[in-house]
Design a protein around this ligand. Structure first.
Ligand SMILES: [Zn+2]
Length: 170
């Protein structure tokens, strides 16, 4: 199933039992919380597939590909960041099941039989945002700046020692 816009929710049982697949573009309008942190560039997309493991765990796996515009923390101009993730969601049906989810899965709480699809995608997007967005070119400038600082710091212990010696009259 390829949809123009992804539904806000998915029926958990149907999606898992029928091994359904869904893919589609992410409409920035649908991700307002994310929109407060970064601007989703058009062309973002997600592809998901539901299935049940032999011992019963209900999983959704897939790929998320997006780009977002943020503000470079060095030059304060817009910078485009690539957000890519392999999705591995483990469906849980009560809060208490959250702890039982395998370590490599992110628990998604199903409420009244519905997977909160958009909310889960939005959480995924938010987690992918860099804490410190910065241009590659700005990053290398930053590193060379901090190297300069390092050199002067390396010198300073000697300066302190010299000052001490003078004080103590050596
Ligand atoms: Zn920059």
């Amino acid at each position: 199933m390829i949809s123009d816009t992804l539904p806000e929710q998915l029926s958990a049982n149907r999606f898992i039992d029928a091994k359904e697949e869904i893919s589609g573009p992410l409409d920035p309008q649908d991700y307002k919380r994310f929109g407060e942190m970064a601007t989703l560039v058009s062309g973002a997309k997600v592809a998901l597939r539901g299935f049940r493991e032999p011992y019963g765990s209900k999983l959704i796996v897939g790929e998320l590909q997006a780009e977002a515009q943020m503000t470079c923390q060095r030059c304060l101009k817009p910078v485009t960041v690539v957000l890519e993730s392999s999705i591995r969601w483990g469906l849980v049906f009560s809060e208490s099941e959250m702890q039982d989810v395998e370590k490599d899965l992110d628990p998604i709480l199903v409420e009244e039989g519905q997977i909160p699809l958009r909310q889960a995608i939005e959480d995924e997007l938010v987690l992918l945002l860099p804490i410190m967005p910065i241009h590659e070119s700005c990053k290398s400038e930053w590193i060379s700046d901090s190297e300069t600082i390092d050199i002067s710091e390396n010198k300073s212990p000697f300066a302190v020692l010299a000052a001490l010696k003078n004080e103590q009259g050596f």
